[in-house]
Design a protein around this ligand. Sequence first.
Ligand code: TYM
Length: 342
Amino acid sequence: MTETQFTPRVFSGIQPSGNLHLGNYLGALKRFVDMQGEDYETIYCMVDLHAITVWQDPARLREKTREVCAGFIAAGLDPEQSILFNQSQVAEHTQLAWIFNCIARMGWMQRMTQFKDKAGKNAQNASLGLFAYPALMAADILTYHATHVPVGEDQKQHLELTRDIAIKFNHDYGVDFFPVTEPVIGGPAPRVMNLRDGSRKMSSSDPSDMTRINMTDDADAIAKKIRKAKTDPDALPSETNGLSERPEARNLVNIYAALSDLTAEQVLTEVGGKQFGEFKPMLAELAVSKLAPISTEMARLMGEEAEIDRILAKGAEKARTIAAPILQQTYEIVGMVGAKQG
Ligand code: TYM
């Protein structure tokens, strides 16, 4: 079998299920913006169908979908340069997901740690959608033949599953049709931690708002949350190995590094020896200078609902021109009568 050359294409998605937070920004959104440009076609999605794997109030889901779109644009994604849309407007995702449900094995899905975390103790009461979710995620990516997927570290296992699905599909049908996608997990903050507990990741589902910085927080809220973030009594080290047993300190240094486009090593050369009393105000100032303009622009865009809906509809139309032929070819490979070569 010869190696097919795939167009360098980036796909990634964010669930519109809660507040966009600093973890989403540093692990994903900021990196989406970095990848926008000449090297790749870039496709970014508000994955509303993923969000409903757990209960969502319909009015809030609509609002959050628009808010994530506003966040994408405010952070620097340009709807003329990147395709921006919400998942439910492109039916090919769910159509391909069904085929992948028939490729993925129960054993593979049962190993997914995110399902175990989200379903918790009462897994019997979790939705079937929550269990099948990673097959839909694989379809999101592969219905565009995406070659690169920028995500935070928590999505690594889902991307390995996406690769397994592509490999098994290609093998079972004797084709070289789906690319084996590259996860792009990197930067200094692939896993931003909870500000009050350095052993847990920052998440929109934590009941305490003080554990995270939301992209909609104003300057005062950002500064207050950093001031109150948990730390330890020691001064900052001058090398990263001095952070290995200090998760809260490591987290704040990584956040500083990611916001300033430096490495953690470079940051420590600058701040090694300082106490948190001195470092926290520096971090707060940096965070406000980078995030406040985004939240201000988000708030402005949220007032332009019709414009956001127009961007999403136009993005969905462009997305379908890529997804539809790939789905048709998949149907043809699988043996569906009526499928036309796209
Ligand atoms: P979601 O909506 O939970 O998160 C969106 C993105 O933000 C990253 N992220 C973080 N990065 C660093 N530190 C954190 N604390 C943190 N929290 C979240 C996530 O890794 C992700 O990149 N299953 C995905 C959505 C999805 C998707 C896709 C992603 C659906 N289909 C296809 C890529 C490609 C999810 O639930 O992400």
